[in-house]
Design a protein around this ligand. Structure first.
Ligand SMILES: Nc1nc2c(ncn2[C@@H]2O[C@H](COP(=O)(O)OP(=O)(O)OP(=O)(O)O)[C@@H](O)[C@H]2O)c(=O)[nH]1
Ligand SMILES: [Mg+2]
Length: 319
């Protein structure tokens, strides 16, 4: 496969200095990993929310430049698991970081260095093979003093646990400040190698999976408390409506939101279906951008009893 795509490799003049490889973003929940991958790729390929533990699958983004190709992998936030789903998500992070060339350790500038950071740093020190870049995120919502203090405490932490940090990069994925600096230095740290994906491809996420995620994101956006963790979304069918004029295509999408308990179903649906309608409208906007045409979206709500703890249900939902 690499050979096939190597033909498409942009010529670099000198020939053999094109770099390629994988970087994964790891960090505590809510550190801003998914927002950062979207900022680097330049469009929404991973969903984000202000709820911790939003990401549940690895999402790969591909950035191709003249000097190299960076495959950037978003991972779930590493946390203390309370359910089988939580354990699976942590396992996914740990299996992902062993397979990449560079690790981007994300820590929010507006938070204090705490126990969770210490645990994660110590674990990274233990598995370290290649460069680890410390990314101090969300600098737009931190004062210069806060950023400096966070940098110092993370530096001290790295020294204490024996984590070798190749670079510290404070940035904001929201304003874009310093994101280019991160990309430049990560690409420079990749091994010389061929282009692995076609230059026109910016993710290998299947469209259906992205649609399901956009529905989950819309549902996460306005439910309270524990409910975010209980929600899963799947796409049952995605087809082009037949008999439409060529210049006016329409996509029919049938999807399901799964909740864990009977009592959660009316919360998602809302009075007279008002809440579900709001979720559908919000999701549809992003889905239409993704698929590039108008969408008819039908969402069904289903109870999958205690799915976060049930291996069979987890398998059905793709975990
Ligand atoms: N102001 C500001 N907010 C940010 C920035 N990056 C992320 N956020 C916000 O922080 C929250 C969490 O962002 P995510 O990107 O979903 O965080 P994550 O690390 O992927 O979280 P998990 O998937 O739960 O591990 C969201 O509300 C984002 O809008 C940033 O650079 N500046
Ligand atoms: Mg995320």
């Amino acid at each position: 496969m690499a050979d096939k795509y190597a033909i498409e490799q942009p010529s670099s003049g000198e020939g053999n200095d094109f770099r390629s490889g994988f970087v994964c973003l790891v960090g505590r929940p809510n550190a801003g990993k998914s927002t950062l991958i979207n900022s680097i790729i330049g469009r929404k390929i991973a969903i984000t929310s202000d709820r911790p533990q939003t990401t549940r699958r690895t999402v790969r983004g591909v950035l191709t430049r003249k000097d190299g190709q960076l495959i950037i992998v978003d991972t779930p936030g590493l946390h203390k698991p309370k359910t089988l789903l939580g354990e699976r998500l942590n396992d996914l992070v740990r299996s992902t970081w062993t397979e990449v060339d560079v690790i981007g350790f994300c820590l929010a500038a507006n938070e204090q260095t705490g126990v969770g950071d210490r645990r994660l740093a110590a674990e990274l020190a233990e598995i370290q093979r290649g460069p680890v870049v410390c990314i101090i995120t969300k600098t737009d919502v931190a004062t210069p003093d806060q950023i400096a203090a966070r940098l110092t405490s993370v530096q001290e932490l790295a020294e204490k646990v024996g984590l070798e940090v190749s670079e510290y990069v404070p940035l904001s994925a929201v304003t874009g400040a310093n994101v280019d600096v991160l990309v430049d230095l990560v690409i420079a740290g990749l091994p010389v190698g061929p282009q692995l994906f076609p230059a026109t491809q910016d993710t290998d996420e299947p469209e259906e999976a992205m649609v399901a995620e956009l529905i989950r994101e819309a549902a996460l956006a306005d439910v309270k408390d524990e409910l975010p963790h209980s929600i899963a979304a799947t796409v049952d069918e995605m087809t082009l409506r037949e008999g439409r004029p060529v210049d006016k295509p329409l996509m029919d999408i049938h999807a399901t939101i799964h909740v864990e308990r009977d009592s959660q179903k009316p919360i998602i649906i809302g009075k007279g279906g008002a809440h579900l309608k709001r979720i559908g409208t919000a999701a549809r906007g992003n889905i239409e951008v993704l698929v590039g045409m108008p969408v008819y979206l039908n969402i069904h709500v289903r109870v999958a009893k205690e799915w976060q703890r049930d291996p069979k249900q987890l398998r059905r939902l793709g975990f």
